[in-house]
Design a protein around this ligand. Structure first.
Ligand SMILES: Nc1nc2c(c(=O)[nH]1)N[C@H]1C(S)=C(S)[C@@H](COP(=O)(O)OP(=O)(O)OC[C@H]3O[C@@H](n4cnc5c(=O)[nH]c(N)nc54)[C@H](O)[C@@H]3O)O[C@H]1N2
Ligand SMILES: Nc1nc2c(c(=O)[nH]1)N[C@H]1C(S)=C(S)[C@@H](COP(=O)(O)OP(=O)(O)OC[C@H]3O[C@@H](n4cnc5c(=O)[nH]c(N)nc54)[C@H](O)[C@@H]3O)O[C@H]1N2
Ligand code: SF4
Ligand SMILES: [Mo]
Length: 775
């Protein structure tokens, strides 16, 4: 029933009557608009349509899934969902096709004498629970760990946290969102004292300029990008792509400005220098609502085995800030950023013009950065200095990548230091969690243990002896997998992997648990704009595949914690949400009740008196502002946001004589992360069958490299052989190569470096030094 990609293109050509949105969509081939979706569905089909969020990215498009005889046979965009208004991208439209893959995990597999043996799920769960218990008895609570995901649903994250932190009493719970938006969180907390964006997608309808800071929205947030294109074609809004690589986003932008990797720190400071130097600063806003602070510098890159870091921020005055910025005149910065003085001044003038509304967007270029927290702070600086924040069309907007990075990883808090409300270090927060979870307060340890990279280092060292991964594929997605794969293969650690397909991670598992996929279970996600999205189970899961939350509950029961997990299999999503919601009552973070979530295509929090709060910290929109001022940054005790003095510091590893190229890694529109799902969707796999290494044509010429030629990319850590790509999807700057990480046959993370931002602990997948040679 799905239209093929070729039919689809034909169809696009034939489409004459286009809405403004569809017109924008048709400018970009990754987008599928409503009429076309309908055309893929036979007119006589009697389908039962159910709503939910898309399985894939953090945009959080609403989908409608059409089922017939218990099978999902069609997907279309939900026209009622404010996020996408009926639009979808290629991944969204074809998503349910992955469940038809022949190698779907339908039964538990237990490794016996080196071979996987099909095992009844109850027996496999018995084994997992007894191993976990035994390990705790022998080696203590901190010898067991769970590693989960920003793609876990809210109930899944919630029961994982309750089991690990509340019942067992260890903070060994992390998730892949550490690799993704930890720097965004640290940025929010350091600048505003409270997490998540203040604005919402409606900003797109009001902004005059969109500045993207090293991300590729045309491929990674395609439906939002098409909303921006719509504003470009209807209102003349402008898109400025500021990046280290020419991508599809650059091609569709009004201006593409390239910079040398890592130097975004310096350019942001130069923009602030210009804002102040030209008297573009919004003085009254800064005087009323901001403080200035500086923190530790030269704090290292976390590459040592056990890395400890604690910052001691120091308040400074405006004069000190002005003095600090003197190192960042456009002339000085142009020299090493390779951004011209003219372009720096052009960017500064956009932020500085009081009559223009600006939204900044960023994602992994800024977050996966050894100074990722600083880079987040610096983007806020530009908006705070000009007062362009928390108003329709004006604001810094940190994009999330995964469908529930906000809802689950950040709000439920599946990080070592987090609780559903607040952090483990805070006694009040521990007391609240203990009360709602009905566990003794003393159960919840007050010290964080391992962040992601350290967790896998602890597995490698033998300190963690049991690890359970859910909804993530770390042996493809971790940095420096050349170290962590052998670590996970050691006999010292019992490895449990829950997935829907076999992966390079399940290859090293002692037990593989078969999970139900998205529409085969109910769930709740939270997208980039604080929108909570509910869906019901739509089809049955195959074989003994089971919802992740239910498997966690079954383990908890088998470990003797049954009383704390009194949920029913049929209704556990609702029951868990009702319990979880108690953590977030009040004007600052109130969440919508279930009946509202069930009715609507997503609801933005804070949900107060039956209404969503679209712009936080602005008294006109946000009932939590209570200091009598027009703006109130209530995350900070004095209600003021912080403008940070954050210098430029070099990357952890830079090109040198032996390894002369930068390696940048990332994604393509067709594939989702490690490709486990999208490579099993025929149209997506055919459209992008294999990874590649992308060269600048000048570098390719110098090296005599031709398209398709096999190239060995090596670093100090490992190597990977890939076909060369020149003038195809994108174009790195000279001296840089780019490799997407979706292909498990070409593991580029064997090459990447596990250096991280010392504040957020998020690794820098975007920069390390490599050499390239013909293989
Ligand atoms: N199709 C598709 N969409 C996805 C995903 C997917 O796998 N596939 N994944 C989702 C997830 S989880 C995420 S996190 C997002 C990621 O979304 P993006 O961040 O947009 O994508 P990436 O390809 O990871 O990052 C590429 C960008 O990193 C920038 N970069 C490299 N070095 C630097 C630097 O030093 N500074 C700055 N500022 N930028 C730099 C480059 O300019 C490049 O544009 O995508 C989400 N959407
Ligand atoms: N080189 C490089 N590496 C990177 C990045 C980069 O930019 N460059 N980006 C990093 C970022 S931002 C991210 S977010 C991570 C993502 O890294 P991962 O989370 O490791 O990647 P995914 O492919 O999303 O893994 C999700 C797994 O869950 C499985 N799955 C799907 N649905 C379900 C379900 O309902 N239940 C269960 N149990 N399993 C399910 C899928 O089959 C898949 O194997 O990668 C990081 N790694
Ligand atoms: S833009 Fe993201 S949420 Fe929307 S359809 Fe595409 S993958 Fe799904
Ligand atoms: Mo991500």
């Amino acid at each position: 029933m799905y239209t093929s990609l070729t039919n689809r293109r034909e169809f696009i050509k034939k489409m004459a009557k286009l809405s403004a949105m569809a017109a924008a969509a048709s400018m970009f081939p990754g987008i599928i608009f409503a009429e076309e979706q309908e055309a893929g569905i036979p007119a006589d089909a009697k389908l039962d349509w159910k709503k939910g969020p898309c399985r894939f990215c953090g945009v959080g498009c609403g989908i409608l899934v059409g089922t017939e005889n218990g099978k999902a046979v069609a997907v279309k965009g939900d026209p009622k969902c404010e996020v996408n208004k009926g639009l979808l991208c290629v991944k969204g439209y074809h998503q349910t096709m992955c469940v038809q893959a022949r190698d779907r995990l339908t039964h538990a597999l237990v490794k016996k004498n080196g071979r996987y043996v099909k095992t009844p799920i109850d027996e496999a769960l018995d084994l997992v629970a007894s191993k976990m218990k035994e390990t705790i008895e022998k080696h203590g609570k901190d010898s067991v760990a769970m590693y989960t995901s920003g793609q876990s649903t809210i109930p899944e994250g919630y029961v994982a946290s309750k089991l690990m932190k509340g019942a067992i009493g260890t903070n060994n719970l992390e998730c892949n969102a550490r690799l993704c938006m930890a720097s965004a969180v640290a940025g929010f907390l350091t600048t505003f004292g409270t997490d998540e964006p203040m604005g919402c997608y409606e900003d797109i309808d009001h902004a005059d300029y969109f500045v993207t800071w090293g991300n590729n929205m045309a491929e990674m947030h395609p439906v939002l990008f098409s909303r921006m294109l719509e504003q470009k074609s209807t209102r003349g809004a402008k898109i400025i792509d500021f990046a280290t690589r020419t991508s599809r986003s650059s091609g569709a932008s009004d201006r593409s400005i390239l910079f040398e990797p890592q130097t975004d720190l310096a350019v942001a400071n130069a923009i602030c220098y210009e804002i102040i130097n030209n008297n573009w600063m919004n003085k009254s806003f800064v005087e009323k609502h901001c403080n200035f602070s500086k923190g530790l510098t030269n704090m290292g890159y976390g590459t040592e085995d056990k890395y400890k870091f604690s910052d001691k921020p120091e308040k400074v005055d405006f004069e000190a800030y002005k003095e600090f910025l003197k190192d960042y005149t456009p002339e000085k910065v142009a020299k090493y950023s390779k951004v011209s003085v003219k372009d720096i001044k052009y960017l500064a003038a956009i932020y500085g013009d009081p009559n223009k509304k600006v939204v900044s967007y960023w994602c992994m270029g800024v977050n996966q950065h050894t100074r990722g927290t600083w880079m987040n702070n610096l983007i806020y600086n530009m908006h705070l200095l000009t007062g362009k924040i928390s108003q329709p069309g004006n604001g810094p907007f940190s994009l999330t990548g995964q469908p529930s990075a906000c809802g689950t990883a950040r709000e439920v808090g599946t990080f070592t230091h987090k609780l559903p409300k607040g952090v483990v270090m805070n006694e009040k927060h521990r007391r609240l969690a203990a009360k709602i979870w009905k566990v003794p307060y003393e159960n919840i340890p007050s010290k964080p243990t391992y962040h992601t990279t350290e967790m896998f280092r602890a597995v490698d060292r033998g300190d963690i002896k049991f690890i359970w991964t859910q909804v993530t594929n770390p042996l493809v997605s971790l940095p420096k997998t050349s170290r962590y794969r052998p670590g996970m293969q050691k006999d010292s650690c019992f490895v449990v992997v829950s997935d829907v397909f076999p992966t390079p991670t399940s290859d090293v598992a002692d037990v593989i648990l078969p999970a139900s996929w998205h529409i085969e279970k109910g769930g709740i996600y939270g997208n980039s704009e604080r929108r909570t999205q509910y869906w019901d189970q739509m089809v049955e899961a195959p074989g003994e595949a089971t919802p992740d939350a239910w498997m966690t509950i079954e383990i908890a029961k088998r470990m003797g914690f049954g009383e704390l997990f009194p949920y029913t299999r049929e209704n556990h999503v609702d029951e868990i949400y009702n319990e979880y919601r108690q953590f977030h009552e009040g004007v600052k973070h109130g969440m919508a009740p279930l009946d509202v979530l069930k009715k609507e295509s997503g609801v933005i929090w804070p949900y107060v008196d039956g209404k969503s709060t679209q712009w936080r910290f602005n008294a006109t929109y946000d009932p939590a502002c209570d200091n009598g001022e027009d703006f109130h940054f209530y995350g900070k005790p004095d209600g003021r946001a912080i403008i940070w003095l954050r210098p430029f510091e070099p990357a952890a590893e830079s090109p040198d004589d032996e390894y002369p190229f930068w390696l940048n890694t990332g994604r393509v529109v067709e594939h989702w992360h490690t490709g486990s799902m999208t490579r099993r969707i025929p149209v997506l796999h055919q459209a992008m069958p294999a990874a590649y290494v992308e060269f600048h044509p000048d570098d390719a010429k110098k090296l005599g490299v031709r398209n398709g030629e096999k190239i060995k990319v090596s670093s100090r850590r490992g190597s990977c052989i890939l076909p060369a790509s020149i003038n195809e999807r994108g174009l790195p700057t000279r001296g840089q190569v780019f490799v997407p990480f979706f292909d498990e046959n070409m593991l580029i993370n064997d090459v990447t470096l596990d250096a991280f931002c010392p504040i957020s602990k998020e690794p820098d997948f975007k920069k390390c030094a490599v050499k390239v040679e013909k293989a």
